[in-house]
Design a protein around this ligand. Structure first.
Ligand code: ADP
Length: 580
């Protein structure tokens, strides 16, 4: 072939290559166009190349050891940023592992998108037995806010846009996006492909409350003698921090943060009624719920927790169907929290009087009594450590680093840490959430570290840690500044149960005694500490945080410390024989 001819052939083939693209590239282009820069996932058929390409195209791909944790990382990233976190999995089992996290995200109102590769539709629908065959779309539907499948590469742009909008608009939640293997390999004209992409405009539009709903709420507030504000994680998610603080301070109303709303105002704020929680829930006559649902975490708004007198509720929420879900709501205010709280604040006019000194004084009195009681408990120095003495040590270190993200799960470890560890900044506490689940630990820790670039301290019960412990390798692989503290009391709840038959098997709640979780992280190049006293724990934690390296502290807790099911003993039916 003449030189000139060869050049022409080469030019034409480069041109052709430049003129076509495929499903793999389009998925990445669509995500990038919408400012999504990180994917949490686990590779395998058919999405390995999608992950490789994402990395090659400048996205961050964080690879996990189990999809559930990748999904949890994506979900917490969504909560922190208001952008959907992306989790990428293989088909069938990988998808199902990710689905647990998707369901949890939907339940908690966290925006995330689970993208799973899937087998060929023709074979799945005829149930002909494909590799990892599963009707994933229908499996996802009941557990997702929305679920979509894309069959043609030219629809990828629209598919991703719909997924983003569904995840973040209105009440946020989990969205499933099904991408069959064949779709990813489809080629199409590059120009047409670019034109098919959609940049989502105003994905979560403000939703202004109706003026009459605001007036009704203000009227109810004006009628209150003992008002209370209850801040939920929806309020934290909304990123209306200044507006919420101004409303609380201007109204002078005492407030209670739900666990993931801690830090929205610093826990040390004088209007915080956390240390008098039972008292204010029982005694308040008007309760303003801001981004908090009256679910089991709030005893459904009724019963002993809420005292003898019926309450009047004002509820600020983006979801109209949340209203009256458990008890009657006197004044619903529907809209986004920023707009609603701004409108309520504007309504605090001359006719509004701050709560009486009688009410705030009674709360202050109860608070100081309870705080003194707690201080006495925290000051004890039993050997071995108990939950309180270990948490005192952690609390004192974290007080000096309000920027640190805190992940927390377990039964007793969760219950005690929630009330003992103060938070000072918004969206820094990530925990078991609406389901009260175990297993979010390392996924949330990795998601929080990657998303914020700040250190994470994960306070973990030994049982809770077990669900995601293998992700220590992920933490080490990406050299993340995560310090995991395992509260090791040798078992689920505690380690003292015995097998009543005297048989060889230990009791169902018991683990290996004296396990050294700190050795696990050493296997991957991280640093492990074994702490048997509060002093050792303080020293280890300070060192761990200062190092900015992956670390794990095995905190040895008295195996007799810990209550069955933590504070949820009432939810745990026990057989008559076991009660004896
Ligand atoms: P917690 O568990 O802290 O009590 P929940 O998860 O029960 O909080 O409640 C969060 C609520 O916040 C949900 O009802 C959700 O619809 C609402 N929500 C989430 N984001 C917003 C927002 N931006 N504006 C208004 N409401 C929101």
């Amino acid at each position: 072939m003449a030189e000139a001819d060869r050049q022409t052939v080469e030019e034409t083939s480069t041109q052709q290559a430049a003129e076509t693209t495929d499903g793999f590239h389009l998925v990445i282009d669509a995500l990038k166009l919408n400012d999504i820069s990180t994917i949490f996932g686990l590779v395998g058929i058919p999405i390995t190349d999608l992950a490789r390409l994402a990395q090659a195209e400048g996205m961050r791909f964080i690879g996990f050891r189990h999809e559930q944790h990748a999904g949890n990382a994506a979900a917490i990233s969504g909560f922190m940023t208001q952008k959907p976190g992306i989790c990428l999995t293989v088909s069938a089992p990988g998808f199902l592992n990710g689905l647990t996290a998707l369901a949890n995200a939907t339940t908690n109102c966290f925006p995330m998108i689970l993208i799973s590769g899937s087998s060929e539709r023709e074979i799945v629908d005829l149930q002909q037995g494909d590799y990892e065959e599963m009707d994933q779309l229908n499996a996802a539907k009941p557990y997702a806010k929305a679920a979509y499948r894309v069959l043609h590469a030219e629809d990828i742009g629209i598919g991703v846009a719909r997924a983003i909008r569904a995840a973040v608009s209105g009440r946020p939640g989990g969205v499933y996006l099904d991408l069959p293997a064949k779709l990813l390999a489809q080629t199409l004209d590059a120009v047409k492909a670019q034109q098919s992409l959609v940049k989502v405009v105003d994905a979560a539009p403000r939703q202004l409350p109706a003026p009459e709903s605001v007036k009704r709420a203000i009227d109810v507030l004006k009628s209150a003698k003992r008002p209370l504000i209850l801040l939920g994680k929806g309020a934290a998610y909304a990123q209306a921090d200044a507006e919420i603080r101004a409303f609380v301070e201007q109204s002078g109303i005492p407030y209670l943060p739900m666990s993931m709303a801690k830090g929205l105002l610093p826990d040390t704020h004088e209007q915080s009624a956390s240390a008098a929680r039972s008292f204010v829930l029982q005694e308040a006559d008007v309760v303003v719920l801001i981004g908090a649902r009256l679910n089991w975490l709030l005893s459904h708004g009724k019963g002993k927790t809420w005292g003898a007198e019926p309450k009047k509720f004002v509820q600020v929420d983006i979801s109209p169907t949340e209203i009256d879900s458990n008890v009657a709501i006197a004044a619903p205010v529907i809209g986004d929290i920023g707009s609603c709280v701004a409108a309520l604040r504007a309504g605090l006019d001359a006719g509004f009087a701050k709560p009486s000194a009688e009410w705030t004084g009674a709360i202050a009195e109860r608070k100081s009594k309870n705080l003194a009681k707690m201080a006495a408990t925290l000051d004890k120095n039993p050997s071995p450590m108990n939950f309180h003495s270990a948490l005192r040590a952690i609390r004192d270190v974290l007080k000096t680093r309000p920027d640190i993200n805190v992940v927390n799960e377990g039964a007793n470890t969760l219950d005690y840490a929630r009330s003992i560890i103060d938070m000072y900044e918004p969206r820094k506490r990530f925990d078991s959430g609406t389901w009260g689940i175990m297993g979010i630990g390392m996924g949330f820790a990795i998601g929080a570290a990657v998303t914020s670039g700040k250190p994470v301290v994960a306070i973990e019960g030994d049982s809770a840690f077990g669900f995601s412990g293998m992700e220590l390798e992920t933490i080490c692989r990406y050299d993340l500044p995560v310090c995991t503290i395992v509260f090791n009391n040798n078992g689920v709840y505690r380690g003292t149960d015995v097998n009543p038959t005297g048989g060889k098997d230990v009791a169902p709640t018991v683990f290996v005694k004296g396990a050294r979780y700190d050795k696990m992280i050493e296997a991957f190049g991280g640093v492990g500490y074994n702490a048997t006293t509060p002093e050792e724990l303080t020293k280890a934690l300070l060192e761990a945080i200062a190092s900015g390296k992956p670390t794990l502290i095995n905190a040895v807790i008295d195996e007799a410390a810990g209550t069955e099911s933590g504070r949820l003993t009432n939810l745990n039916p026990q057989s008559a024989a076991m009660k004896k």
